[in-house]
Design a protein around this ligand. Sequence first.
Ligand code: GRF
Length: 202
Amino acid sequence: MHAKAPPSGKIGLAVLISGRGSNLQSIIDACRIDGFPAEIKVVISNIPDAYGLVRAQNADIPTRIVSHKDYTNKTDFEQKILGILDEFSVDLVCLAGFMRIISPVLITPWEGRIINIHPSLLPKHKGLHTHERAIEAGDTTSGCTIHYVTPGVDEGEIILQRSVPILPDDTPDTLAARVLEQEHIAYPDAIRRMAAQISKSA
Ligand code: GRF
């Protein structure tokens, strides 16, 4: 089992990214707010030049690169990540634009303590190209979902959702931008909720 929440009352986060890291930035910014119940212990990227790594370095947060390309199998890749989570005494793992499908090797030891953000109102539009699909389906509402990670992709229990309207002239890009604004509110909110839950169970 993972470490208990530290005596400071703040839970330790690992944020896993693959790209630009705007959600990571929203978490970094939230952690700077007085009384926010979490701190980022480590940022892990599977992409060596992900811009999110620069964001983490600018905030003096330790970073680790675990490139899936360096591993011949997923188990070794995920075991490397598990080792880093232990090294940094992490309480909650936050996937934030982490573009690898992960297996029970990584999920099971962190069950209930690993969460993801998805840019649709799940259970609608699991997987990729969510904004195109929401528009094509004629939906009038979209949004984002924070959910627990389970072996079924985008299928874990929902923690919270935030909605936005889909406007008649929306393109996938304009819709993505509207949803992203809500993502940046949703992730810090979800972390607050998780921190309250983790502190109670510690
Ligand atoms: C976000 O839209 C997130 O919902 C999805 O991937 C995107 C990552 O964006 N899973 P960023 O790297 O956080 O800017």
